[in-house]
Write a protein that binds this ligand. Structure first.
Ligand SMILES: Cc1cc2nc3c(=O)[nH]c(=O)nc-3n(C[C@H](O)[C@H](O)[C@H](O)COP(=O)(O)OP(=O)(O)OC[C@H]3O[C@@H](n4cnc5c(N)ncnc54)[C@H](O)[C@@H]3O)c2cc1C
Length: 457
């Protein structure tokens, strides 16, 4: 007999980027299989009064929804860890950045790719992206239950019970899409990790990623607000080290800016391992100390009476070519005045010293300060200010082709609660959209196949 059993129910916990896409793709799959909407119930539980809080604040309210690149480059650029790239490959191929833009395009969203590959709505409004997602979910005839925080998950042989306070929801399949554990004020406090752990999943320790660094001694007031462009940011931690090239902003508590955000996952890892992490900058990356020393000597021969301070103020930051010192145009960023003073201080050179007056030891000190200017010792990488969290459900326990749990066949997990973390640039939303889409379509397919199986005696 091939009669359908009880009406199958798919429950999705979390109505953020991945959960919303899971609902939309589950319905699309069911319709493609010729299943009427009333033959598959889709329920979305959201702890907040409204879905998609993080989408609303993404990209500073502008929503950098994806990245413009072929899938291979997107993975390589967006996910520095090879195992994360491998895990996400299938999901992002199944629902790529092009598929995402095509889907939104059908609903009238106009997007633009910036020079650096980041893609935004032309309107510049994250709210527009969220409004369209809400419309798509409505059209998918999913039931959205807000103010419902899933706090317990029970797996019986063929059914799930999801508890949200006093309420209980029965389901045949569950998709966990509760997001990461950072920026908790948006509703993401690692609930999915706890729910998954309670049914047997292993959870990699949660770490902040894409976060500012707070220092033990805050930066000097005169440095605060300065952006160092395209420099090399270095984190040294008791023998271990990591670095990133890019812009760094000096804040009143430490540092922020793209290079800092990208490096923060490593810094948080060093701190978690009990290491002391010091942050420095290389203002002339790619220039060996010897070359730099020789160049200072040449400059001294040309402009001996020039103060070292003036030389520094005219010195371009991270120039493509070293002779740009001499030829720098007014558009080339140079070492900011306050940093020129800081370099002199760290090199132990007084402001009056001229290039020809530099001793050999002072020249060595100057080169060292330019290559390793100490900014501070890290006190904290704040999880509540991190754009994403690394850690979460171990990737080895999830089938990358379906997002299905290898522990419970009708449990699916997607989005940031999985143990991956992307770079800044639209990669995290794309990963959430792709894994959510895949989880939704696969869960619907499995449920509907099961419902068509001959009834058990
Ligand atoms: C300030 C900020 C800016 C960002 N900007 C960008 C950007 O421009 N581009 C980009 O690619 N990425 C950006 N990100 C990251 C991106 O927003 C996330 O990686 C992405 O939203 C993750 O999608 P998700 O579906 O896994 O989780 P989320 O979108 O966080 O959704 C999870 C949902 O689950 C709900 N929830 C949590 N626990 C429960 C529970 N127990 N029961 C029911 N519901 C629950 C939450 O309230 C939330 O609505 C930004 C993040 C932040 C914090």
């Amino acid at each position: 007999m091939t009669a359908a059993r009880n009406l199958p129910t798919l429950l999705i916990a979390g109505a953020g980027a991945s959960g919303l896409l899971a609902a939309i793709s589950a319905r699309k799959t069911a319709r493609e299989l010729g299943v009427a909407d009333e033959r598959l119930r889709i329920v979305l539980l959201e702890r907040n009064p409204k879905p998609g809080n993080k989408i609303a604040i993404s990209g500073g309210g502008h929503c950098n929804l994806t990245h413009d690149a072929d899938v291979k480059s997107l993975l390589e650029k967006g996910f520095l860890d090879k195992s994360e790239q491998r895990f996400l490959r299938h999901a992002i191929h199944s629902f790529s950045n092009a598929d995402l833009l095509e889907l939104f395009g059908r609903y009238g969203l106009k997007t633009e790719a910036r020079e650096d590959g980041r893609v935004f709505p032309v309107s510049g409004r994250a709210g527009e992206v969220l409004d369209l997602l809400r419309r798509m979910v409505e059209e998918s005839a999913a039931t959205l239950v807000t103010n419902a925080r899933a706090d317990r998950l029970e797996c019986a042989a063929s059914r799930f019970a999801v508890h949200a306070g006093e309420r209980q929801f029965e389901a045949d399949a569950v998709i966990l899409a509760t997001g990461g554990a950072s920026w908790g004020s948006a509703g993401t406090t690692g609930d999915g990790n706890r729910l998954a752990a309670a049914v047997g999943h292993s959870i990699a320790p949660v770490m902040p990623a894409l976060a500012p660094n707070y220092f033990i001694a805050p930066p000097k007031a005169e440095l605060v607000g300065i952006t160092l462009r395209n420099i090399l940011l270095l984190a040294s931690a008791d023998g271990a080290a990591d670095s990133r090239r890019g812009d760094v902003l000096i804040s009143h508590r430490g540092i922020s800016g793209p290079a800092c955000l990208s490096l923060s996952r490593s810094v948080a890892g060093f701190l978690a391992a009990g290491k002391t992490v010091t942050i420095s900058v290389d203002l002339l990356p790619g220039r060996e100390a010897d070359t730099l020393s020789a160049f200072i000597l040449e400059e001294a021969a040309r402009h001996g009476t020039r103060q070292v301070r003036t030389f520094l103020q005219r010195c371009p930051l991270a120039p493509e070519r070293l002779d740009a010192f001499a030829n720098s145009s007014s558009e080339t960023p140079t070492i900011p005045n306050a940093f020129a003073d800081e370099i002199l201080r760290q090199a132990g050179i007084s402001k009056e010293v001229t290039l020809s007056g530099l001793t050999k030891a002072q020249r060595r000190g100057l080169v060292s300060a330019l290559k390793h200017l100490a900014l501070g010792t890290v006190k904290k990488v704040p999880l509540d200010r991190a754009e994403v969290s690394a850690g979460g459900i171990e990737l080895g326990e999830i089938d990358p082709k379906t997002m299905q749990s290898k522990i419970h066949p009708r449990l699916y997990c997607c989005g940031e609660l999985l143990n991956y973390a992307g770079e800044v640039g639209g990669f995290n939303l794309q990963a959430a959209f792709s894994t959510g889409w895949l989880a939704g379509s696969q869960a619907a397919r499995t449920l509907l196949d099961n419902a068509r199986q001959p009834a058990q005696e």
